[in-house]
Ligand binder design. Structure first.
Ligand code: ADP
Ligand code: MG
Ligand code: ZN
Length: 474
């Protein structure tokens, strides 16, 4: 049997506002436990929350960037449950009237487009953190994260593979970073996802029974969890069993998921409207102003780069995935007027060095790269030596001219100096010289190599070729 995998994601993203959703405590990550809180965010009796307007603005921005309709009337609701990291015993969220509905993101799968529907985006507050590790006698609670604003992005069940989910998550991250709605640091939990997954026989119309895996905090663990869960479900169906609707916990170290609770044990959250907060009413002019602050988004930028700079679609996609890289590209092209060269350096050496050093920011400025390109264009250094200079530039952030000067990397194109080396090489390699003179023209390659070796790769290869030919054919 051929099976089809069906995936819907619920993505939580912490917003980049300076203060929390209902009080003025800082949202800064970390800090000494329980120092970023006040009576409001620790849920003391009798306090009154006040909605942070920036939270609405950031969430609306995310909604607009994901092609959602922004409801002009939405409200906040209490989602009731008890857990020690939630001192109020309810989370303020949005239930039946979320801020944003009915959007979509077009994802780019190896030049095939696919539209993933966004069911809704709502605002809510984060909970605190339990720390179990260090104390054998009990658990400790850090309330610093209580009340940090979140958006939850719920998708339609439109994804069909781990690859779809990976590309979708990358698009979401890219959009949230472009719009500066979230810093999306997955290692700090700023972006995390619940994976809902079912399988069905290919061609079947009805959806299968789904399971949900909660709180996956890296794209890698999302794709691994999907592959493992799809296989688990298919194996059960193949052996005549049926899937139970349940919540599962993914253990990334073991590469396995475990049942947490079944449908029967599922919470009834007893949602009801939050009586301490007024409905959120969106003014059309205000929303227009927000719209006008949206930056050019990754997809539009990609199209423009292909048109304007004539770089390949693949390069454009990778360069525009991060706003920093895209801005860097554009500035370097502006200074060097050589889009293809800038794109090649970014796609090749830069991406490699960043990956290998786990560096997240480009350590030198666009003018460094533009100057390096000019050094090659003006024949000051060879393309090969430029790679060495680039690596040094990456490590030290020094200007390329300084590196070339300091390390003596300029092209050797002094005819007299090169001629001496050529003569010496010809003298000490009689076999190759004879081969060449007997018609094996390829033998010159070896001799060029010897001259290059003598000059540590700095000789102007065209000049070396010409001088060698003159010498061999005289
Ligand atoms: P809940 O709020 O209980 O988690 P929802 O119905 O709102 O449930 O669905 C949550 C997520 O599950 C959505 O992303 C949705 O697309 C996805 N989903 C729903 N049914 C299925 C299914 N049969 N297979 C895969 N995903 C599903
Ligand atoms: Mg859910
Ligand atoms: Zn507070």
């Amino acid at each position: 049997m051929e099976y089809e995998i069906v995936i819907g994601l619920e993505i939580h993203s912490e917003l980049a506002t300076k203060s929390k959703i209902y009080c003025s405590c800082t949202t800064e990550f970390g800090g000494i436990p329980n120092t970023h809180c006040c009576p409001v965010c620790t849920g003391m009796p009798g306090v009154l929350p006040v909605l942070n307007k920036n939270v609405v603005e950031y969430a609306a921005k995310a909604g607009l960037a994901m092609n959602c309709k922004i409801l002009d009337f939405s409200k906040q609701d209490r989602k009731n449950y008890f857990y020690p990291d939630l001192p109020k015993a309810y989370q303020v969220s949005q239930f039946d009237l979320p801020l944003c509905v009915k959007g979509y993101i077009d994802i780019d799968l190896n030049d095939k487009k696919k539209r993933v529907g966004i069911t809704r985006i709502h605002i809510e507050e984060d909970a605190g953190k339990l720390i179990h590790d260090e104390w054998e006698t009990g658990s400790l609670i850090d309330y610093n994260r209580c009340g940090v604003p979140l958006i939850e992005i719920v998708t339609e069940p439109d994804m069909r593979s781990a690859e779809d989910a990976r590309v979708f998550m990358e698009s979401v991250r890219s959009i949230l970073k472009y719009t500066e709605v979230s810093d999306c640091k997955m290692q700090e939990g700023s972006l995390r996802a619940d994976v809902n997954l079912s399988v069905r026989i290919a061609g079947e119309k009805e959806l299968g029974t789904r399971t949900e895996m909660k709180n996956l905090n890296s794209i890698r663990s999302i794709t691994r969890a999907i592959e493992s869960e799809a296989k688990r479900q298919i194996d059960i169906i193949e052996s005549g069993g049926s899937i139970e609707q349940e919540t599962r916990r993914w253990d990334d170290e073991k590469g396995l998921s475990y049942s947490m609770r079944s449908k029967e044990e599922a919470h009834d959250y007893r949602y009801f409207p939050e009586p301490d907060l007024a409905p959120v009413i969106i003014d059309a002019n205000w929303l227009d102003r927000i719209k006008s602050t949206l930056p050019e988004l990754p997809d539009e930028r990609k199209k423009r780069y292909i048109d304007q700079y004539k770089i390949p679609g693949y390069d454009a996609k990778i360069i525009t995935a991060s706003r920093e890289t895209a801005d860097f590209f554009e500035e370097a092209v502006g200074l060097s007027n050589n889009a293809k060269a800038v794109s090649n350096w970014i796609m090749g050496d830069l991406m490699n060095l960043m990956k290998n050093s786990e560096c997240e920011e480009i350590p030198f400025s666009p003018s460094h790269l533009a100057n390096l390109i000019k050094l090659i264009e003006n024949g000051v250094i060879s393309g090969k030596i430029a790679k060495t200079v680039f690596k040094k530039m990456f490590e030290t952030a020094d200007e390329p001219e300084r590196i070339v000067e300091r390390e003596g990397l300029k092209v050797v194109n002094d005819e007299g100096q090169l001629n001496n080396i050529v003569s010496a090489v010809v003298k000490s390699n009689p076999k190759s010289v004879e081969d060449y003179r007997n018609g094996k023209k390829k033998a010159i390659g070896f001799l060029v190599g010897q001259v290059m070796k003598e000059t540590k790769g700095k000789a102007d290869p065209q000049m070396v070729n010409k001088l060698l030919k003159d010498e061999l054919e005289s």
